[in-house]
Design a protein around this ligand. Structure first.
Ligand SMILES: Nc1ncnc2c1ncn2[C@@H]1O[C@H](COP(=O)(O)OP(=O)(O)O)[C@@H](O)[C@H]1O
Ligand SMILES: [Mg+2]
Length: 234
């Protein structure tokens, strides 16, 4: 097989605009995919700390029953690393709009009610995709799911390859990228996160990859990814 397949049949039915003033003032980003192990918590954790580093107020929600984000935040707290990561496990948005604030929501399939609610509130959904056929299929199903649950203005959808192969002669990452490119209504980020061992260590240490190995490859790749995601012209 020399390519990944996607099914091109997509007819989003978005329902009514029902966002409030408060939500408009905060950027709400979901990091989601139906597939476990695609890197949702890894990306949420690193992204939250990157946003804090560039001066944003960040609030995260861990709506996945696996509670990986909560666990790593606890490690960080025990080690007294600054800044602490604020993680809530109930989706109650702040009562007051926070200046320059970013809301990151890590969602998993264990809690579908909360996932649906999060999608209905989101400005955008960031989808890490591991380069494999199974992941492409489930990513496509996730796209349908977002379309069926979005309310009002549909969220922007960004997909990117996570755990990309580091050997240039392995072609799965490029093939997966091509498969994502034909999905309707999706922005596929050019920046990829590669398979790097430091991500696993990052969880056990409670540090982002750019804190743990500031001059490592993963740090450089992650910062490029985050800058691209938060640049105005992506
Ligand atoms: N780019 C990467 N390189 C290496 N390991 C990664 C990468 N992204 C995620 N992982 C590892 O994969 C595992 C699953 O990641 P996780 O973020 O928990 O996935 P999810 O939240 O989608 O279930 C973790 O052990 C994590 O350290
Ligand atoms: Mg997770």
């Amino acid at each position: 097989m020399d390519c990944f397949y996607v099914l091109i049949a997509f007819n989003p039915q978005f329902s009514f605009f029902e966002w409030g003033f408060l939500i408009d003032l905060m950027m709400i980003t979901i990091i989601g995919n139906l597939k476990g192990g695609s890197g949702k918590s890894t990306v949420t954790f690193n992204l939250a700390l990157w946003l804090a580093q560039v001066g944003k107020t960040v609030v995260t929600y861990d709506l996945d029953l696996q509670r990986t984000l909560s666990d790593v935040a606890q490690v960080r707290q025990e080690e007294k690393y600054e800044p602490p990561l604020v993680v809530y496990t109930q989706l109650n948005l702040p009562q007051q709009p926070l200046n320059q604030s970013e809301i990151l929501i890590d969602v998993g399939t264990g809690n579908m009610t909360e996932m649906k609610r999060a999608i209905s509130l989101a400005d955008r959904v960031v989808v890490p995709v591991v380069p494999s056929q199974a992941d492409i299929w489930s990513t496509q199903r996730f796209l349908y799911f977002i379309a069926s649950e979005a309310r009002g203005k549909p969220p922007e959808i960004f997909m990117f390859i996570n755990r990309a192969d580091t050997h240039s002669n392995i072609r799965e990452s490029d093939q997966a990228h091509q498969a994502l490119n034909v999905l309707p209504g999706v922005k596929v980020l050019q920046t990829r996160l590669y398979q790097r061992i430091v991500y696993r260590r990052s969880f056990s240490e409670g540090l982002a990859v750019f804190e743990l190995e500031p001059s490592g490859k993963a740090a450089k790749e992650f910062k490029e990814f985050a800058k691209f995601l938060y640049s105005s012209n992506n």
